[in-house]
Design a protein. Sequence first.
Length: 752
Amino acid sequence: MIAGFIIIKFLALMLMPVVVTGQSGSLFRVLVFSDEDGLPVAGANVVLYKIADGEAGDIASVDITNRDGFSEIRNIEAGSYLLNVTFIGFETFEEALTFESGDRKERRVYLSPSVEILDDLLVEGERALAAGEVGIRRISSEQISRIPTPSPGGDLASYLQTVPGVVTAGDRGGELFIRGGTPDQNLILVDNLPIIKPFHISNLFSAFSDEAIGSVEMYAGGFPAEYLGNTSSVIDVQLKSGNMREIRGNAAISPVIHSLHLEGPLERDRKSLMVHARKSDIHRYGERLTGKPVPYNFYDVVSRYTYQGDNISCYATGVYTSDSGLINPERSREQYWSNRVLGSRCLYYDTSLDNIIEFTAGYTGYRSSEGPHGIAERTSNIDQFYVHIDMQRILLSQNINYGFRMNYGVYNSLIDERFTNFDSFKSTQPVARIYISTEMELHEKLTVQPGIGTQLSTNKNISFEPRFRLLYLPGESNRRELSLALGKYNQLVSGIRDERDAGTVFTVLKPVDVNDPLPVSMHVIASYRERIGSRFIGNIESYYISHQFIPVSKWTPEARLELDTALADGMTWGIDLSMEYDMNSIYISLGYGWSKTRYEASSDDLEAWIDQPVFAFSPPHDQRHTFSALLSYELAGFTTGVRWYYGSGRPFTQVTGFDMVLNVPSQNPLQHAGTARTSFSEPYGARQPVQHQLDISVKRSFQLYENVFLTAEAGTINTNNRNNIFYLDLNTLQRIDQTPFMPYFSLKTAFN
């Protein structure tokens, strides 16, 4: 506790903003925008060349713009320089600058689009984050749009299912298991705002279509210190800002989903608005397309207001989603969940301050329930309020990143007494989180990023979560990367569900009990990444992740939700291989993942009938082999997308029989039939059949008028009509399959 007090006092001092008092080296801040739409350009190269004898000479400093188009260069010596800003697809920007000692300058740079193809040198210069690419996948809206999806455009959910190490329980439920972690162990952010479950009941869709997304960073483990609160993975979504120069929009229809998108300036180069809304229609037309009922209904609305001031950038974000339907069409148990997110993020970079300040505040609401149509027998609701502050500071000539998070959560659950002896649950949990990290270039080829985070709530002791990332660039160029990530992660909220019943996705989210230890995980990840030319990228990544104190359902013969769970320890180890080849009209992506996840728990705690003190088992998301292949090809104005997926069988528990149980002596065998009970074999002792699926799409755009375009798309899901199992109902022994062969067609009209 003494060490924790010292760290907190130190960080409290660090959080005090520092006003410039004078320094010898100059400071230069650059904001890069596209001259076409006025939006920030992320990943642009910002280079300062020293001018000698009237000509640009050696490179003095190099930086890359962040997601806000912002770049900062410090400690510039007095003299003359040439500013050079480049990005693929834009013309090079150049400007001569002169710095006096202690100058503080700021430039807004607008890059004009160019049809010229830049050479390989510029591509090679786009070096990634200093922390390396280990555990990280950077996803663009263009990559998402390549995935065949039964809708006008792509979706993040469909893309994530092509990533090695990502497992879904099937084609419905809205849950992702990443490298052995459970859905409640994933941290999902939209514009720095947490969202609980943005994936729809149909696993092909989420709240994030390709048209609403600016960029996505997915950390499949080893994430840095600023991400606190979850133990498995991070999906960090940044929405697209509305066009700052002109009004654009589109409307689309299909038998599966309809969409409407509008964006445009409220004040040129200052204010803009983007709104994207979608609603499913698959519950109406799904049976005509597949021959089977598709009882899913969902919709979402995503919006972003953008303000670009002289020394501040602000974004206000709103997200609403709603899902309802039957996971098993043969059971009258409807699943429902919704998300509400409202908040704002501001980046303040006035030159009067020595360091930039990022401020985020907002609200997240989540509602979920299960029961017969119109009757919520089980509910689990969450309301969260939060304030986040992120800052930078120079300390001992080193750039320090640090921040403070304050979250206040209200958790409210109601469980029908027929399923458990626990009737209801309500709790509040204030949480304070603090982190500090830095990046140190030990050598021109070796960079490390150490960091530490801490969490403190009213009912738990302070946690210490050290993180470490390393990047080594072997060879003469930056085309090869060796990187390593280590870290410890704690979680203050756990998700409890009956894992034996795949026909439900209802989960109770609640703070960890006072007397229970916090769930904790340890990550060790190593990767090798190489670029060959400007078209090919290959990556191999191995990982080991351990989880402790995972809440799991007790193994009673009756399927019911138990809030009084057992605690298990788990471990996951595996290897992911991926390859991308991009040559303008041809794009090829291949990904293979092998992993193994094992849980261990006391047989007494599980209330299992296993004759051994400790029972080891593979949880239902332990999928050993996954393989995905994606081909996108453009020819004669047509764009064809082909995706093939293979997944080995997942564990399930076999049923040995059924019987009737009497409560003697209160029940008379002559008058009562008793209560049905299912007898199970060894938990998760068998595996389902393998799954594979082929999806195909073809689309083409037509120009109707000068600024009006029509895009037509046709395709098929599960083209090979494979009978992929979703799950086996343990109470009826009924096999539930995933979506069979499904054709679709969509039309989208766009204007600009």
